[in-house]
Design a protein around this ligand. Structure first.
Ligand code: XMP
Length: 491
């Protein structure tokens, strides 16, 4: 037995510290440049990432985040086909040219076209024959009032003879002119043989103006990342997600400083080459370094920091998030690999603190779970609207996942659920979160707070913020003073 208490390090989190104000020559919050790296090869104009949780990120959230200059990570608690379809929805949502637009054969029923249009939330479908020869265009307007859903699409589409098209490789200026002059919304692009080579839409051209800081790939499509696990179908899943155009894979397990994570990382890098791979979660310098040595292009940091986590309570393991970021960033410093601070962001000031501590971006879970774009319906309780958020290691999420995985084997659901409940040691909880409207309002608050925070630190860029920042530990009295006090608050 040890005779004296060991020297214990102190772990700190966001509420334990404040950033000491510094001389600032920033004239406006707009002078604060929030651009950063998500991973080695993916740049963001705002350092905000939405979490790979099933109550947070599917295509609607990923589209909204990418338009605002961040990025979303599609969760992996879906079948491979479902996750691929979410990635495709993001990649097809807008682009300079949609290279692979939705198509349908001329003899398909209107019913099918309507289902595709609704499912993919698109304005129209190009009708093609053999060799992808363009035969016509079917738009939402052509069929929404159609009573006979068994009619063939060729009977209701705009036929090729009346269609305005342009050759493949047309300039954006000319495409815009054609759309405008002909008062049309969609311009199919044709190759020399009349085959479909792409689609330009007026909606996409407008979006380019509306969202100038959007996170886009070289083809002008919104960027999206997708999570994969470390067991079972993870390699097949990775391949199909990359084929669908995912810009980065996120190897995500609760304890990322593990042989499993390192092997998976190496396997993905070996099989798929120059793909961007984010790995985590870790909470130490050594954890970050080991993942970087295995090939990680970004490291996700946070063990037990999330709002729905009970990992620290259940396992006794974890590191308060500010210390986890500081330590992991120190481990990653020499390599220049970015750190993603994952979990625990409750207020805008936490974003500034995480970035000042060395994170290049923050991943947000429950704060976004209450928004319009998160999966799932709103729930009304005593006149107040809520949405559901749950840890991915909560009992409910575990039951859902295992039932889905085992369904294919034909086992009875009841028997299975009983077994799962008996065996499960949940490390997450579920709960309701007040409905907050559109996610852009939440992002606006977070980024607005960050810009102001940068200004208080006299930082024009996030790298300056990291260099100039000075943290001060505060007492509980200091924390109390930081909150509104001694008034009866009305707003
Ligand atoms: P916030 O605080 O933004 O955190 O809601 C989101 C992050 O929490 C992690 N996460 C979990 N951690 N048990 C855990 O210990 C869970 O069930 C769980 N589910 C999510 C995850 O890193 C996420 O990004």
């Amino acid at each position: 037995m040890k005779e004296s208490a060991p020297d214990l390090r102190v772990g700190l989190t966001f509420d334990d510290v404040l950033l000491v104000p510094k001389f600032s020559d920033l004239k406006s919050r707009k002078d604060a440049d929030t651009s950063t790296l998500f991973s080695r090869g993916i740049q963001l104009s705002v350092p905000i990432v939405s979490a790979n949780m099933d109550t947070v990120t599917e295509s609607a959230m990923a589209i909204a985040l990418a338009r605002l200059g961040g990025i979303g990570v599609i969760h992996r608690f879906l079948s491979i086909e479902e996750q691929v379809s979410e990635v495709l929805k993001v990649k097809r949502s807008e682009g300079v040219v949609i290279e692979d637009p939705m198509t349908l054969g001329p003899d398909r029923p209107v019913r099918e076209a309507l289902a595709v249009i609704r499912e993919r939330d698109i304005g129209g479908i190009v009708i093609v024959g053999s060799g992808r020869k363009v035969l016509g265009l079917l738009t939402r307007r052509d069929i929404t009032l159609e009573d006979d859903l068994d009619r063939k699409v060729k009977e209701v589409m705009t036929p090729r003879s009346k269609l305005i098209t342009a050759p493949k490789g047309v300039s954006m200026e000319e495409a815009k002119r054609l759309l405008h002059a002909n008062k049309i919304e969609k311009l199919p692009l044709l190759d020399r043989r009349g085959g479909l080579a792409g689609l330009v839409t007026s909606k996409d051209i407008m979006k380019r103006k509306q969202f100038p800081s959007a996170t886009k790939d070289a083809k002008g499509r919104l960027r999206v990342a997708a999570a994969v696990g470390v067991k079972g179908d993870h390699m097949e899943r990775s391949r199909k997600l990359l084929d669908a155009g995912a810009d980065a894979l996120v190897v995500d397990i609760a304890h990322g400083h593990s042989a499993y994570a390192i092997e998976t990382l190496k396997e993905i890098k070996k099989d798929f080459g120059a793909v961007e791979v984010v790995a985590g979660n870790v909470a130490t310098a050594k954890g970050a370094l080991d993942l970087i040595r295995a090939g990680a292009d970004a490291v996700k940091v946070g063990v037990g920091s999330g709002s729905i986590c009970v990992t620290r309570v259940v396992t006794g393991s974890g590191v308060p998030q500010l210390t986890a970021i500081i330590d992991s960033a120190a481990g990653a410093a020499e390599s220049g690999v970015p750190i993603i601070g994952d979990g625990g962001v409750r207020v805008p000031g936490d974003v500034t603190k995480a970035l000042a501590a060395g994170a290049s971006s923050v991943m947000i879970g429950s704060l976004f779970a209450g928004t319009e774009e998160s999966p799932g319906p709103t729930i009304l309780r005593e006149g107040v609207r809520y949405k559901l958020t749950r840890g991915m290691a909560s009992l409910a999420a575990t039951v859902d996942r295992k039932v889905r995985e085992t369904k294919a084997t034909g086992r009875g659901e009841d028997e299975l659920i009983g077994e799962i409940i008996e065996e499960s040691v949940p490390e997450g909880v579920e709960g309701l979160i007040p409905y907050k409207g559109k996610v852009d309002e939440v992002v606006k608050q977070l980024v607005g707070g960050l810009r102001s925070g940068m200004s208080y630190s006299g930082a024009h860029s996030l790298s300056e913020l990291r260099k100039r920042s000075e943290f001060m530990r505060i007492t509980s009295a200091g924390y109390k003073e930081s909150l509104p006090h001694d008034i009866r608050r009305v707003v």
